[in-house]
Design a protein around this ligand. Structure first.
Ligand code: FAD
Length: 303
């Protein structure tokens, strides 16, 4: 219930405005968000690199309502790739299609994504398209496949909580697309998504077993020790080398586990979000773990 309420609140612009304008909330957002400026995200990525990890930078924003805002987001992504190359940081970039105008026009959005991917390829880098709510799943896959047919420096994300994901994985593998597998962070109905954690987890493991032996380089995004153990088991059984896939985790979440995996010789990528539009991302992180809400309430009311 708490998860549903927080995910519903994450869509409220009014609540967002109140939260974002509150200095104490802004400070607390740093638990999950590297900062509001690109330089802060680059500094966090450098720290990850120094600790033996890769990074993926995400300029926060979603559901823009004007082409000017979408173009601004595109320019920000181009700047990220420039700075990553200039500062020799080992990082790629993650983006959301609704930040790039998907709600306005799929063709317009595709043009912006293609320009970013061509730029990424020019700096020998890679763009990952995050997966948003299920209303966007098919449109995201279609766009990624179309852009990928022109420039392969693009991949996307599959959410294990959706019933359709097994078919989507097969579809994306036929074109050699690199996939990040996650459980899924949005509010979905029982018509499209597994409701029980045990079913989501079982589907996650099923998809890991399809992805790892596929011959393409994928990202296994989770902080769940059981999913990580299942991945390691699957890789050992299938004789898949530690270089042929990576674990991915969120900035500020289970840093102990991130370090342990690095120590054990696994590739680990930290997803580092930054920007002024941090509210929906922050709310999804609270929704994932009730203990996070307690932590924030305690800190908020502390004098
Ligand atoms: C790199 C990365 C990229 C992602 N991209 C997407 C995407 O494109 N689309 C999408 O829908 N979702 C995305 N997600 C979010 C994902 O779908 C899950 O909501 C999130 O990762 C929690 O699931 P879990 O696998 O960690 O397992 P869970 O079963 O939710 O959690 C397992 C354990 O991890 C820890 N944990 C998990 N979340 C938190 C948290 N917020 N704070 C503190 N501890 C936590 C807790 O110890 C928990 O017991 C991404 C996640 C990662 C790691």
């Amino acid at each position: 219930m708490l998860r549903s309420a927080l995910l519903k609140l994450s869509e409220s612009k009014k609540f967002a405005n109140w939260v974002i304008s509150n200095a104490q909330m802004r400070r607390m957002s740093h638990r999950f968000v590297a900062g509001e400026e690109l330089d802060e995200a680059l500094a966090a990525a450098r720290v990850s690199n120094d600790q033996g990890m890769l990074a993926s930078l995400d300029y926060l924003g979603e559901n823009v309502s004007s082409t000017a805002d979408a173009q601004h987001a595109r320019d920000s992504y181009l700047e990220i790739f420039e700075k990553i190359a200039a500062q020799r940081i080992d990082a790629n970039v993650s983006c959301k299609l609704t930040a790039l105008g998907m709600d306005l026009s799929a063709d317009f959005c595709e043009g912006l994504v293609l320009s970013i991917v061509e730029h990424a390829a020019g700096t020998d880098n890679f763009l990952r398209v995050d997966m948003e709510g299920s209303a966007y799943t098919q449109r995201t896959i279609d766009l990624v496949k179309r852009v990928r047919s022109q420039s392969p420096a693009i991949g996307t994300v599959i959410q294990a909580y959706l019933y359709r994901s097994e078919g989507d994985v097969q579809d994306l593998l036929t074109v050699g697309c690199r996939i990040r597998l996650c459980k899924g962070a949005y509010k979905e109905s029982a018509e499209v998504a597994f409701e029980k954690k045990a079913d989501v987890d079982a589907n996650y493991v099923r998809l890991v077993k399809t992805l790892l032996p596929s011959g393409f380089y994928h990202g296994i995004a989770t902080h769940d020790p059981k999913m990580i153990a299942a991945t390691i088991r699957c890789a050992a059984e299938q004789k898949i080398s530690k270089e042929d896939f990576e674990f991915q985790m969120l900035y500020g979440v289970r840093t102990d586990l991130q370090r342990r995996l690095v120590r054990d010789g696994y590739r680990v990528r930290v997803y580092i979000p930054y920007g002024k539009d941090w509210f929906p991302y922050f709310m999804r992180r609270l929704a994932e773990r009730p203990a996070n809400v307690e932590f924030f309430l305690r800190n908020f009311f502390r004098r």
